[in-house]
Ligand binder design. Structure first.
Ligand SMILES: [Zn+2]
Length: 80
């Protein structure tokens, strides 16, 4: 039963990588693999330069977050 822990971590890692570059992607929950993860962004810092991207599964409640530092710097814009 415990042998899948590293698999789960690997799937989270992949999901987080995907959602770092492409937050609008539909990524299956690494835990239950039944549902797409909900993504919500929270900015913080003096000028909202940091961003925390929360990933949660509406089905099984699995949760993780990505911290993106200096996200707003460089005037980066994504057309989506
Ligand atoms: Zn799930």
């Amino acid at each position: 039963m415990s042998s899948s822990d590293s698999d789960l971590n690997a799937r989270w890692f992949k999901a987080m990588q995907e959602l770092t570059v492409s937050p609008t992607s539909l990524v299956k929950c690494p835990k239950c693999e039944e549902c797409e993860l909900d993504v919500s962004d929270v900015t913080f810092g003096d000028q909202c330069q940091h961003l925390e991207r929360h990933l949660s599964c509406p089905r099984c409640g699995a949760y993780n977050a990505i911290l993106l530092r200096n996200y707003g710097s460089g005037d980066r814009e994504t057309a989506e």
